[in-house]
Design a protein around this ligand. Structure first.
Ligand code: NIG
Ligand code: FE
Length: 427
């Protein structure tokens, strides 16, 4: 990316939501609703870093002598937020599964389709066949769309290779995208996404392969920071999941878990037991599991788009927040259960389907999402010293952003101090 030396001065937003004060730890309970709103807000960005934030008259005074040298972005009538953070995606994959969407509309279930060789297996076949360039091109398109929806950092999982070589191929694509694309990517190894067809008769051998070959090699190459597993009846048992996650920890990969998505399976309990950074999905999490997560500070990454698309009941975000669990939200962008890149839509669904307030939804898509990928000190709020990642929406306040749903309101996106979306288009 070309480095911009000129300071950027975003001026006079009708509402600037700073989310300040949550860099050390995720926001929990009532604090999730405290957005740090500044009316007539402005922010000064320089060398890719946020230098100052405050009321426009105050900042104009502080930078009085330097106004001439800055690029001014007028934000009156608009909403300024931290660049959105998506902490759970399956960004890198080949192909689409609209045929399964059609089958599900006629009554087939997600797990039936998977058990009959479709689902994750279908995308695994397509991803194995695709070469690096094809995978890169298809994933880049999605990443562009994320950016156009105000997202400046995404987590991206592997898990459609399911051989060492194909998992590495996915992670290498994520690495190249991170280097070449404005959006930052944080990588997660998810070799335990499904038991591949060739191990159907002997799933434990596949678990050994993940533990003994894949995790050490991925860690050795520095291709991932996190290790995730699909803990679900018919996929990986809690016992297998535990071994896989512990193996990751041994090699420096922090644990995450797809937990209690389709059936209650004590995934939340396991996440708390092993001290996972996050437990994701949690549609069917038990009360005990929720209590344990709150105690251990495990972040719940909730994915209401997946519940919506699978026509299932959403996770109970309200209950989790009230129980003191730090909550983040995400698209789960993937070709089967949630083929969307719209984090703003997920905010709306968080309100309508999970009992969250619009303020909590925004905290879930910014500062708490940043913590879910261990970036709380760097991104997710507008505070001096943080990365200059900013989204500007063409709505007067954050309530309108979530109320006028299904429309992309992004006007401008600044990534590390550089304007990368302008007037709703890639700059
Ligand atoms: O998070 N549940 C497992 N993994 C994904 C879906 C992957 C797919 O269907 O391709 C999820 O929902
Ligand atoms: Fe997922």
């Amino acid at each position: 990316m070309n480095k911009q030396t000129k300071p950027v001065f975003i001026r006079n937003a009708s509402q600037l939501v700073s989310l300040a004060g949550g860099s050390e730890a995720p926001l929990v309970g009532k604090r999730m609703g405290e957005l740090g709103i500044i009316e007539n807000g402005s922010v000064w960005l320089e060398d890719g870093i946020i230098r100052a934030v405050g009321r426009d008259d105050e900042l104009a005074e502080v930078y009085r002598d330097r106004l001439q040298e800055a690029e001014i972005i007028h934000a009156s009538g608009r909403l300024v937020t931290p660049g959105l953070v998506d902490p759970h995606t399956h960004l890198v994959h080949a192909g689409t599964r609209e045929n399964e969407f059609h089958m599900r509309l006629q009554g087939a279930t997600y797990m039936e389709i998977m058990n009959n060789g479709g689902g994750i297996h279908a995308t695994t076949s397509a991803t194995r066949k695709a070469d690096h360039e094809t995978l890169f091109a298809q994933s880049k398109k999605r990443l562009d769309q994320f950016l156009l929806h105000g997202v400046t950092t995404v987590e991206a999982k592997s898990g459609y290779g399911l051989t060492l070589e194909d998992e590495i191929k996915q992670l290498e694509v994520a690495k190249q995208l991170n280097e070449q694309h404005a959006v930052d990517i944080v990588s997660t190894f998810m070799g335990a996404h499904a038991v591949p067809k060739e191990f159907k008769e002997n799933p434990d051998r596949f678990v050994e392969l993940v533990i003994e070959e894949m995790i050490p090699e991925v860690a050795r190459r520095g291709l991932a920071e996190f290790n995730d597993v699909f803990c679900e009846r018919g996929v990986f048992t809690p016992e297998q999941s535990k071994r896989i996650l512990e193996a990751g920890v041994k090699h420096g990969l922090l644990p995450k878990i797809h937990a209690d998505e389709i059936e209650p399976y004590e995934g939340a309990e396991l996440a708390a037991d092993i001290g996972a950074v996050s437990a994701d999905h949690l549609l069917r999490a038990s009360d005990n599991g929720i209590r344990m997560m709150a105690e251990k500070g495990v972040i719940a990454v909730l994915l209401p788009g997946t519940a919506f698309f699978l026509m299932a009941e959403s996770a109970n975000g309200r209950k989790m927040i009230d129980a003191g669990v730090p909550v983040a939200i995400s698209t789960d962008c993937n070709p089967g259960s949630s083929p969307t890149v719209s984090l703003p839509l997920i905010m709306n669904l968080s309100c309508l389907k999970m009992g969250m307030t619009p303020a909590e939804a925004l905290a879930g898509a910014t500062i708490n999402a940043a913590h879910a990928i261990k970036r709380g000190h760097e991104i997710g709020s507008i505070e001096p010293g943080k990365k200059a990642d900013i989204a500007i929406f063409d709505v007067p306040n954050y309530l309108v952003l979530q109320y006028r749903y299904g429309v992309n309101h992004v006007h401008t996106v600044i990534k590390a101090g550089v304007k990368v979306v302008d007037g709703g288009r890639l700059a």
